[in-house]
Design a protein around this ligand. Structure first.
Ligand code: HEC
Length: 465
């Protein structure tokens, strides 16, 4: 299916496939290998459940009442299928699966309810919506009633939209992936972060108009961040800091349940004549692995066009590069940046929030003219480092507007935490996709305006609880 896609194997001077611009052909954004992996032996955890058989009536009997079965099918089995993926371990498919004892001493059904209600570590994880209302009440009363089996025959509908990636409506013509697949060995640490660079060399400018993760091995891939860098990272995949680099601009991110990124029809991210440096960070998790090594070659696919759109799009980081989070506290930093004249007619279309592991929430508001009623343009009350994604937003801004970005953090440690890219540092960046692009400005080599300016020159206050 990728016959016409140039493999942008890292490194080499790559020419670009001359694909036409917009086209309606669908490129599935998700290429699950799980069918090949069915029956993979489980780790030391409770055995794998197996797929329930679909009857002639198109229904399954999983031993679960149909309302419970529907919740699990639609909200959990993307990851907790008969052969779990994306770092999950417990299959949540049949009544037998839910009756198992988890190593913690609890039954799996008790854990399932506990995690649905766990505000700190909710299931399904961010960015998926929480289980709430009648659906939660029904699950809760089933658990309280002793998780009784049922002879119900239920709708066999598979989870919709596996992996959460909507197919791109444009035709992908560029695949950013490593020429060397990554192999996770048995016994690997739970989390591994691997980075590689892909340099795209062009003889003529093109616009990137759509970006989607190309998910390869759902057993180990956990999430992907796609950055642009001003320098080449190098094409060999290597372990890298979980937090990436403070010099990289986050363009898109994906975690299971997250979306692709399609640009508005009047804008495209420029890949200029010359070289564009992409850097991808893949987060792997060994939680769903069996007892054989797993290989992954995930990446990002792009739709690009030489029929340039009306505007270049850009990415700006709103937030802060200077803050201190006092020890043993919950803090919120609130940063105001007043938009200069260059923001005349600017529109925002995407938000990719980025903090580290203590990041808990993020929002960005617009105060028209600096004092108007705040308009919420992005709100993620529950941020999760493990599941960073990009979100569609729509906002028109004007010079004189104040953009107020708030980052909430929990710092249980005994140390004060400041801005930085190390394990003991934090970040507060809401990477906003916008157009028309505001070109970088320097004076005698010093930066006057770059992607980080809205953060580095914001005025921030910290409230601590
Ligand atoms: C997007 C993928 C995803 C979805 C959807 C999801 N989970 Fe999970 N789940 C995980 C991952 C990854 C872990 C392991 C990390 C952790 O414990 O947070 C996990 C862990 C769990 C655990 C602990 C046992 C284990 O497998 O490690 C339970 C129980 C659980 N999830 C229940 C649920 C329930 C109930 C739902 C649906 C309401 C759900 N999950 C939906 C990814 C998912």
């Amino acid at each position: 299916m990728f016959g016409r896609i140039m493999r942008m194997t890292a490194g080499g001077g790559v020419a670009i496939a001359l694909a036409a611009a917009a086209c309606t052909a669908e490129v599935p954004g998700f290429d699950s290998k799980s069918s090949e992996q069915k029956g993979a032996p489980g780790a030391s955890l409770p055995g794998q459940g197996g797929e329930p058989e679909v009857g002639a009536d198109g229904k399954t009997a999983t031993g679960l009442p149909c309302d419970i079965d529907a919740t699990l099918k639609q909200k959990c089995q993307t990851c907790h299928g008969a052969s779990p993926s994306f770092g999950a371990s417990a299959p949540l498919v049949t009544h037998a699966d839910l009756m198992k004892d988890w190593p913690s001493g609890k039954k799996v059904y008790e854990l399932a309810l506990a995690r649905m209600k766990d505000d700190a570590r909710p299931m399904p994880p961010v960015p998926n919506p929480r289980i709430a209302g009648a659906e939660l009440t029904a699950f809760e009363s089933w658990v309280k009633g002793g998780a009784q089996p049922s002879s119900d025959r239920c709708d066999a509908r598979a989870p919709e939209n596996k992996g959460g990636v909507k197919p791109l409506s444009c035709k992908a013509d560029t695949l950013l992936k490593s020429k060397t697949p990554f192999t996770m060995q048995v016994g690997a640490p739970l989390d591994q972060y691997i980075c590689f660079g892909v340099d795209i060399d062009l003889s003529k400018k093109r616009h990137v108009i759509g970006l989607a993760p190309k998910v390869d091995n759902t057993k180990i891939l956990h999430h992907i961040l796609l950055f642009q860098s001003s320098t080449s990272f190098g094409d060999t995949p290597k372990e890298c800091a979980a937090f990436g680099s403070a010099a990289w601009k986050l363009v898109a991110g994906w975690a299971p349940g997250g979306d692709n990124l399609e640009l508005p029809p009047e804008a495209g991210f420029p890949q200029e004549k010359g070289t564009t440096h992409w850097v991808m960070q893949l987060h792997y998790n060994s939680g769903s692995m069996g007892n054989k090594p797993e290989t992954d070659n995930s990446g990002y696919e792009l739709c690009t066009t030489e029929n340039l759109r009306a505007n270049d799009a850009g990415v700006l980081a709103f937030g802060s590069t200077k803050f201190n989070l006092p020890p043993r506290s919950n803090s919120e930093i609130s940063c105001d940046y007043t938009l200069p004249n260059t923001f005349s007619g600017v529109k925002f279309f995407n938000a990719s929030p980025h903090m580290h592991t203590r990041g808990d929430s993020m929002s960005t508001q617009r105060l028209p003219g600096g004092k108007g009623t705040p308009e919420m343009i992005f709100d993620q009350p529950k941020f999760d480092f493990e599941n960073q994604a990009n979100f569609k937003i729509t906002a028109s801004v004007a010079p004189g507007d104040v953009m107020r970005t708030k980052c909430g953090f929990k710092n249980p440690s005994d140390a004060t935490i400041g801005f930085g890219e190390g394990t003991n540092d934090e970040m507060c960046f809401n990477f906003i996709g916008y157009y028309p692009n505001i070109p970088d400005k320097t004076l005698f080599g010093l930066p006057i305006f770059t992607w980080v300016t809205p953060s580095s020159s914001a005025k921030c206050t910290t409230t601590t609880k």
